[in-house]
Design a protein around this ligand. Structure first.
Ligand SMILES: Cc1cc2nc3c(=O)[nH]c(=O)nc-3n(C[C@H](O)[C@H](O)[C@H](O)COP(=O)(O)OP(=O)(O)OC[C@H]3O[C@@H](n4cnc5c(N)ncnc54)[C@H](O)[C@@H]3O)c2cc1C
Ligand SMILES: NC(=O)c1ccc[n+]([C@@H]2O[C@H](COP(=O)([O-])OP(=O)(O)OC[C@H]3O[C@@H](n4cnc5c(N)ncnc54)[C@H](OP(=O)(O)O)[C@@H]3O)[C@@H](O)[C@H]2O)c1
Length: 374
């Protein structure tokens, strides 16, 4: 395994770097249901340094429109200091139980009674807070008022979010690229957005954004002459863009195989031109895509892996590293199961033997099955 020294930097989660936003563009084409952003953050020569596989921590702010609505709903004076304090301190798009309890205490009549019923039942309470923001809760108790000094203790403190870095520092020195999926949904008659993905998606060029590098412990490139298989549907493709840039700059001889998937080929093939060019120049030896909603049946990256199982097994036998990045809840588990099936079928093993080979040989002993899932 190539050793990468962890870069020394004065910047950290406790002391983030005030970086500049250089670029913010939508990667999905018109007509897509998704909004995935290519974000370029300028770290310059004074900012933190990173290696491929690291993540960038981003400190978000609440959107100004939501801050104003919150202040107005509480009947407070919207002065600049209060606005700034609320924008940067407490989470507004989700609520904690303490906030609901405090609102319930001040609620009157029927709404108080309704709150008491919800709070008394754990299941109802969990369900109530699942998809409500502060405005939804305040609308259930019209006229409730808090003093500005009450507010911080009632909200969750804003925490930074991590994003896989989608560039190589040797390709575009002083820049960190991100691939950010905007979390958006409607609930209780209002449109909602994720705190950090919404913040980044709406950030204007030249804005200042507080960031730090979260070094990876394990998600490093393989040695220069080793092959790598990368499975990265959706935003999971981010670190692999950086890996490929790094291998191109340094002329690594190992072969590269990317599995990418998203909803529709026409609108959601993230970095399509770059990956097609990499395929053409043979930086990418294989590119296998799975567009899940272009046909009646769902087609996922693991289905492509199984179709190409014989060749995938040959690469593994020849020492390839296997990387997975993206959704932890379903995708990474299903990809793992498909990998075991492929090893059994093409490696002449029972499912139990294949499972053990993947866990013991690939993951534990040879450390060439690496995951960065969230
Ligand atoms: C190591 C690491 C790397 C990562 N890399 C990336 C990356 O490269 N790109 C990327 O986009 N993300 C990445 N993430 C995820 C990222 O950190 C954030 O978690 C993500 O952007 C969501 O954060 P947010 O602040 O926008 O959303 P939040 O404000 O935290 O909101 C998300 C919440 O919204 C809720 N929610 C979502 N949909 C609904 C719905 N329909 N109804 C009700 N509630 C709903 C969910 O419960 C969820 O908890 C990574 C995470 C980790 C840990
Ligand atoms: N709540 C969740 O369970 C969940 C899961 C994943 C992502 N997310 C969030 O959704 C946002 C967007 O994520 P993203 O753009 O990175 O893409 P994504 O939602 O992970 O989707 C990328 C591709 O993976 C497919 N996919 C869905 N389930 C899969 C599975 N079990 N195995 C393999 N592929 C699968 C999707 O297909 P289809 O969409 O057509 O099924 C899509 O084609 C992120 O903010 C992420 O945090 C939430």
């Amino acid at each position: 395994m190539t050793e990468f020294p962890t870069p020394k930097t004065a910047f950290s989660r406790q002391n983030p770097f005030p970086a500049r936003l250089r670029e913010n563009r939508r990667l999905n084409r018109q007509g897509s249901k998704k909004d995935t952003r290519h974000i370029v953050i300028e770290l310059g020569s004074a900012g933190p340094t990173y290696t491929c596989g690291d993540s960038l921590g981003v400190f978000p702010r609440n959107p100004d429109s939501l801050v104003c609505e919150f202040i107005e709903t509480l009947g407070l004076q919207n002065d600049a200091a209060l606005h700034e304090a609320i924008a940067t301190s407490g989470v507004l798009n989700r609520v904690r139980k303490k906030f609901v309890r405090a609102v319930a205490e001040k609620a009157l009549g029927q709404s108080k009674q309704r709150f008491q019923e919800i709070i008394a039942d754990d299941k109802k309470f969990d369900h109530y807070i699942f998809d409500r923001d502060v405005i939804d809760v305040l609308r259930d108790a019209p006229g409730v008022h808090f003093e500005p000094t009450d507010i911080p203790g009632l909200l969750n403190t804003i925490a930074p979010r991590l994003y896989s870095i989608a560039s190589s520092p040797d390709h575009r020195p002083g820049e960190a690229h991100l691939t950010v999926a905007l979390v958006q949904y409607a609930s209780h008659g209002r449109q909602k957005q994720g705190l950090a993905s919404g913040y980044l998606a709406h950030l204007a060029d030249e804005s200042t954004v507080a960031v730090y590098v979260q070094p990876t412990r394990h998600f490093h490139l393989p040695p220069a002459d080793r092959d790598m298989i990368m499975v990265g549907p959706g935003t999971g493709v981010a670190p692999f863009r950086g890996f490929l840039q790094h291998r191109a700059v340094h002329g690594h001889s190992g072969r590269n195989w990317l599995f990418f998937g998203d909803q529709h080929a026409n609108t959601d093939f993230l970095y399509e031109e770059e990956f097609l060019a990499a395929r053409k120049s043979r930086l990418l030896h294989k590119l296998s895509t799975a567009f899940s909603r272009d046909q009646a049946e769902k087609l996922y990256v693991q289905h492509r892996m199984e179709e190409e199982g014989a060749e995938l097994w040959r690469w593994l036998e020849e020492g390839a590293f296997f990387y997975v990045c993206g959704d932890a809840k379903r995708m990474a588990k299903d990809v793992h199961a498909s990998l075991v099936t492929i090893v059994a079928k093409h490696g002449g093993k029972t499912l139990d033997q294949a499972d053990e080979w993947v866990s013991e040989t690939l993951i534990k002993n040879e450390k060439r099955y690496l995951r960065d899932v969230y």
